[in-house]
Ligand binder design. Structure first.
Ligand code: HSE
Length: 317
């Protein structure tokens, strides 16, 4: 066992256009960091949280990091290990931004406990704990943030129960622009918009074609085909009104070097892809300006590549 460990869990882009709940990608930055230490008393204590503007509960039964950590401790108890843990959560991912913040905290909570206990579980065994955490925030079970956050790279979730995960190749020239306007969208509310919705067959066909082409583009290292495949006839049209300035931001990206642009998860963050760092930077800047002009919103801008390691230990003793 290790007495103190610090882990980093990356932000993620989910859905990636046509892949609602089944496609996700880990970003090199930002991310959440969780520090943990063993304690003699059983259970999980959240010692402190920073970077959350005081918005998150410090109660380990209410906070995703506490719920995920408790789940893994319980699993370990069945194997005979029973100490408790104390956690510190450093939020690097803005809350309700569409960048997988609750997933990152959940994965980090599950991961740090496994490390503290001397790694009794394989990485994929932590999925259930992380999903239990994520469910507290999103009120639903979906893995398109949790799985890329845990594994890194770009993933396809063919099934969550039982897990059937396909890690996909990451093209050399894939550059991502991420623009987070300063407003919030609740994932639970964005999902509620989709309840009971019915779609024309043509929309389902278009998304199936685009998911197929998306996967193929990654294997062919074909960023242009990838761009054409990031199109969503199902969810994006319904959620676009939740993102102030959506149409102007998307147009700005496409007119300034992006190959595609869509909503990150449930928004309000939008992402674009490009085949060079320069094009991604120009698209990001145009998107930032469009959010300001169309909606009067300041934004954080990030241009980067894909995180391929997933959640990892930053330091431990
Ligand atoms: N696939 C999920 C959604 C991701 O779009 O609702 C949100 O975290």
């Amino acid at each position: 066992m290790t007495s103190r460990v610090r882990v980093f869990s990356p932000a993620t882009l989910s859905n990636l256009g046509p892949g609602f709940d089944i496609l996700g990608l880990a970003l090199a930055a930002p991310g959440d960091t969780v520090e943990g230490e063993l304690r003699d008393e059983p259970g999980v204590e959240i010692a402190d949280i920073d970077g959350d503007d005081g918005l998150l509960s410090r109660d380990s039964a209410q906070n995703v990091v506490g719920v995920a950590a408790t789940h893994v401790l319980e699993q370990a108890r069945r194997k005979g290990t029973t100490p408790g843990v104390r956690l510190w959560l450093h939020k690097g991912i803005p809350i309700a931004s569409g960048l997988g913040g609750s997933a990152a905290s959940s994965v980090a909570g599950a991961f740090v406990v496994n490390e503290l206990l001397g790694r009794p579980f394989a990485r994929m065994d932590l999925v259930d704990g992380a999903l239990a955490g994520e469910q507290v925030a999103a009120l639903s079970v979906h893995g398109d943030n949790i799985i890329p956050c845990l594994l890194g790279g770009i993933v396809l979730i063919r099934s969550l129960a039982p897990p059937d995960i396909v890690s996909l190749p990451v093209p050399r020239d894939l550059h991502v622009a991420v623009v987070h306007p300063h407003c919030r969208v609740s994932t639970a509310a964005a999902r509620a918009l989709l309840d009971g919705r019915r779609y024309p067959l043509e929309a389902a066909i278009a998304n199936a074609a685009n998911v197929g082409a998306f996967v193929s583009a990654l294997y062919r290292d074909d960023v242009a085909l990838l761009g054409r495949s990031i199109a969503d006839a199902l969810v994006e049209p319904v959620r676009a009104p939740l993102v102030p300035g959506f149409a102007r931001v998307k147009d700005a990206a496409l007119c300034h070097g992006a190959l595609a642009c869509s909503i990150s998860g449930s928004g309000p963050t939008m992402f674009a892809i490009a085949s060079s760092h320069g094009s991604a930077g120009r698209a990001a800047e145009a998107m930032r300006a469009a959010f300001a002009e169309a909606a009067g919103l300041e934004s954080d801008v990030l241009v980067g590549q894909v995180n391929i390691t997933g959640t990892s230990v930053v330091s431990g003793q």
